[in-house]
Design a protein around this ligand. Structure first.
Ligand SMILES: NC(=O)c1ccc[n+]([C@@H]2O[C@H](COP(=O)([O-])OP(=O)(O)OC[C@H]3O[C@@H](n4cnc5c(N)ncnc54)[C@H](OP(=O)(O)O)[C@@H]3O)[C@@H](O)[C@H]2O)c1
Length: 248
């Protein structure tokens, strides 16, 4: 048996429905796994299940993306700096609520953007000092162009996408890979109760596999499903005077 330490993947927002299959896939590929989330203790059974099935080390860690004061402590508490960080953190409050209640908008922006700038920024700086690492940020097609139905969430995701782009631009020559993963609709807790278009809606397992595939193939920006790249290209090239009359 090799005594070499396995590489480690840190999953932020690990109570997402995508996290369990993602943890399993990475563990099967030989990674130790850290599941970081609010109420992390609720993930202990999942972590143990992954450990038993794969033989890899797993652990859970308490993490709140909006508690930015705690982020350095959180990273210190991990012991070793992970090789890969994947953010599944996200919050989508209905637009109609957020446009009349600034506190709801504020929370969405802090969760989807500001908090991630803090924690991923610090992880990136430490990876830069080490000279290696991969950061995978799950953003959204909603960040590609602001739409009436979802523009507060979308604008936070747009900020996050731009942040990842800048981080990639800054660190690509320093041994750090930054991947922006942009899904369309996924059937998860976030979209529960929404009327999703069946053929365009992905399952969490499928998305977890696509994240791993994007990582293995060294993609820098990946849409899921790939049809979303075409859809968003069309949406983004619509002239503004036509776009303002659309409702989707
Ligand atoms: N579902 C979709 O159609 C869709 C489409 C495009 C992109 N996405 C993105 O995909 C990612 C995964 O989302 P999902 O669909 O799996 O939804 P989800 O189940 O709601 O997962 C989002 C996760 O973010 C975590 N989170 C929220 N606020 C947090 C905080 N303050 N600190 C730490 N974690 C926090 C939630 O933790 P708790 O469990 O503690 O609430 C939850 O586990 C998100 O980035 C989302 O924006 C989703």
């Amino acid at each position: 048996m090799s005594s070499e330490k396995a590489p480690c993947v840190l999953i932020l927002g690990a109570r997402s429905d995508i996290a369990r299959p993602l943890a399993r896939i990475y563990a099967e590929d030989g990674y130790d796994v850290i599941l970081a989330a609010r109420k992390a203790a609720t993930l202990a059974a999942d972590a143990e299940d992954v450990r038993i099935r794969s033989g890899q080390e797993t652990k859970v860690s308490e993490f709140d993306v909006i508690d930015t004061d705690s982020h350095r402590r959180f990273i210190d508490s991990l012991g070793e700096l992970p090789d890969i960080v994947i953010s599944l953190v996200g919050l989508m409050t209905p637009q109609v609520e957020a446009q009349v209640d600034f506190s709801a908008a504020d929370l969405m922006i802090r969760t989807n953007y500001l908090g991630l700038v803090s924690v991923l920024g610090e992880l990136a700086n430490r990876m830069e000092r080490r000279g290696s690492g991969t950061i995978i940020g799950v953003s959204s097609v909603a960040g590609d162009r602001g739409r009436a139905s979802n523009y507060i969430y979308g604008s936070a995701k747009a900020g996050f996408t731009a942040f990842l782009s800048g981080l990639r631009n800054r660190l690509s020559s320093k041994g750090i890979t930054v991947i922006t993963f942009k899904p369309g609709f996924i059937r998860t807790r976030m979209t529960e109760g929404l009327d999703l278009p069946g053929p365009l809606t992905a399952e969490p397992d499928e998305v977890a596999q696509a994240i791993r595939r994007a990582h293995k193939k060294g993609r820098l920006i990946a849409y899921h499903r790939p049809i979303w790249r075409l859809i968003m290209r069309i949406i983004c090239t619509l002239p503004e005077r036509i776009f303002i009359r659309t409702k989707f």
